[in-house]
Write a protein that binds this ligand. Structure first.
Ligand SMILES: *Cc1c(COP(=O)(O)O)cnc(C)c1O
Length: 395
């Protein structure tokens, strides 16, 4: 019996465990203090009413002889694929229905899609990064190159012709930095990918937070992307499906490598290894794209946007550098007083009772930076922002 030894190469992630320990110790020492968590990467607003209603109706249907649904199409029901097609068409991006594949979330597909590619490919991930991209490739044994980013380039890495990568991860708007690429910047990535015969894995989980017209909502807004990119998206952030589980992956039919058509290959993979997302969940997801669904969803997104603005305004007032917060629920700030990420974590907890996430936990280039999220309660976020402002001004 031989095991996949690459699992031994995974670096244990103590980030959220260490945070939990520090917070518990603080709470024990100061039972009277109210701790505000601005570190969470999970949504908090409940599902929209139209989503809940659609799921209720679907459950009722399932309990009838006529309305019962057994195995569905592995790639998703046409009603949901067509709704997504309409969502893209609404902003000028034309997709064929059979280029859309419904998944149980972005995280699974980000890992599963790698199964199409040989392990003898080089992967380019940004630093700092959503840790999943790294771990998915470590366990397969692929070589990873880190694209270093910094305050100078606004934490948006650009292609470097001296680097040869086959698989390129782009997450825009980014987790953890909140930074988002303009169309012009993404054009450079598409050109690089085409020149190097590479494939871009474009994580669009936060596209719904974009309000600036210069920024791309989809990689397929860029000419040539259909020949070099796969887009992975999710209902988690747009509609609070983190616990409900639904996403989608767009694989254009024009994408070919090594004599193979990636769309056909992905269909084959899905029909072989996946049995689809529950009918009830897909009905709930489709409700997101109805007129009332979109209005309710925007209401929830605005709630988070306001939180982001409250935090950003507080940082503006005390001249702290940050990116994100405008087209993203994440605010990535430079630790004041040249503090390191963990130093600032302790300082923020001690002085403000606020919990965030140390930037260094997302990669070396995150050292000296810190992530705050807009997914918290509005009133508590206001209190936290006030405390942060007062404490930093007194620093
Ligand atoms: C939250 C998030 C996702 C969504 O993952 P799901 O599995 O769909 O919940 C994808 N990518 C990034 C970077 C995220 O932060």
């Amino acid at each position: 019996m031989k095991m996949n030894k690459h699992y031994n190469e995974l670096k244990a992630s103590y980030l959220f465990v260490d945070i939990a320990h520090k917070v518990a110790a603080y709470q024990e020492a100061h039972p009277e203090k109210e701790i505000i968590r601005l570190g969470i990467g999970d949504v908090t607003q409940p599902l929209a009413k139209c989503v809940v209603d659609a799921m209720h109706d679907a459950v009722t249907e399932m309990g009838t002889k006529e309305g019962f649904h057994g195995y569905g199409p592995e790639q998703g029901y046409p009603f949901l694929k067509q709704a997504i097609q309409g969502y893209y068409a609404g902003r000028g991006t034309k997709l064929d229905e059979d280029e859309i594949f419904i998944s149980d979330g972005a995280k699974s597909d980000l890992a599963n899609v790698l199964g199409l590619f040989d392990v003898d490919n080089t992967v380019l991930v940004p630093d700092p990064v959503y840790p999943t991209y790294v771990d998915d490739n470590v366990t397969d044994g692929r070589k990873i190159i880190y694209g270093r980013t910094s305050q100078e380039n606004g934490f948006l890495g650009m292609p470097d012709d001296s680097v040869k990568a086959d698989i390129i991860y782009i997450c825009s708007p980014n987790n953890p930095t909140g930074a988002a690429y303009t169309r012009t910047q993404l054009k450079a990535w598409v050109e690089y990918a085409r020149k190097n015969n590479a494939i871009i894995l474009y994580d669009a989980a936060y596209e719904c937070f974009i309000s600036d017209g210069e920024l791309a909502r989809s990689i397929f807004e860029i000419d040539g992307a259909r020949e070099c990119a796969i887009e992975i998206c999710s209902f988690s952030k747009i509609a609070g499906f983190t616990g409900t589980r639904c996403g989608y992956t767009v694989v254009p039919k024009d994408l070919e490598r090594d004599g193979m058509n990636i769309n056909k290959l992905w269909l084959r993979r899905q029909t072989t290894k996946f049995n689809g997302v529950p009918y009830v969940v897909q009905r709930g997801a489709a409700a997101v794209f109805t007129e009332s669904g979109m209005a309710e969803i925007q209401h929830n997104l605005d709630y988070y946007r306001k939180n982001a603005k409250v935090i950003a305004d507080a940082l503006d007032e005390c001249d702290v550098w940050y990116c994100g917060g405008k087209n993203s629920p994440y605010i990535w700030l430079r630790c004041p007083g040249s503090m390191k990420s963990w130093e600032f974590f302790d300082w923020l907890l001690e002085n403000c009772g606020v919990v965030g996430t140390p930037g260094v936990g997302f990669g070396e280039c995150g050292e000296g930076y810190f992530r705050l999220t807009a997914f918290g309660d509005a009133e508590k976020t206001k209190v936290a922002a006030e405390r942060i402002k007062t404490a930093i001004k007194a620093l």
